[in-house]
Ligand binder design. Structure first.
Ligand SMILES: [Fe+2]
Length: 156
């Protein structure tokens, strides 16, 4: 994304990092490896999904590009309990974020499992800019070595 959307990557390294900093006393840094610093997540149709998981980074920023109002799918569902680790357990007690174009959210989901519900229309497209931020106590070096292989199909 750094080369194809340099203005967006500049926001990740600049204004968006500054905004992420407002939520913690630790210094917030962007990823040294641009491959997973900021990525464009594109979800198409009813079959693609983002599985239930927890994050390895302490601050995740999501900039929503497309709108997905209630009933159209694509909402982010986050467990309210650290004990939940499956879709049914998350659903039992959760917070739901309906994507709205232009909204920027930050969250720490290292302990709260979350997933994205499938879109309800074959022609729907959901676009989100996902941004990883780090702190000294939870640094980029703590990122699991096989994570990029799962997300992007290669090994670091
Ligand atoms: Fe996540």
């Amino acid at each position: 994304m750094r080369h194809r959307l340099p203005w967006l990557y500049s926001l990740y390294e600049g204004l968006f990092r500054d905004l992420a900093q407002l939520g913690t006393h630790e210094p917030v840094s962007v990823a040294a490896n641009a491959v997973y610093g900021a990525t464009l997540n594109v979800q198409r149709g009813v079959k693609m999904r983002y599985e239930c998981h927890v994050d390895s980074n302490p601050i995740e920023g999501l900039l929503y590009v497309t709108d997905h109002p209630k009933g159209s799918g694509g909402e982010l569902v986050v467990a309210n309990s650290t004990m939940a680790n499956s879709v049914s357990e998350v659903d039992a007690d959760c917070s739901v974020v309906y994507p709205a174009s232009g909204n920027l959210i930050f969250f720490d989901a290292r302990r709260f499992a979350h997933y994205v519900r499938p879109l309800t229309s074959d022609s729907a497209v959901r676009v989100v800019v996902a941004m990883n931020f780090y702190t000294p106590s939870s640094s980029e070096a703590d990122r699991p070595k096989d994570l990029s292989g799962h997300l992007f199909g290669y090994q670091e």
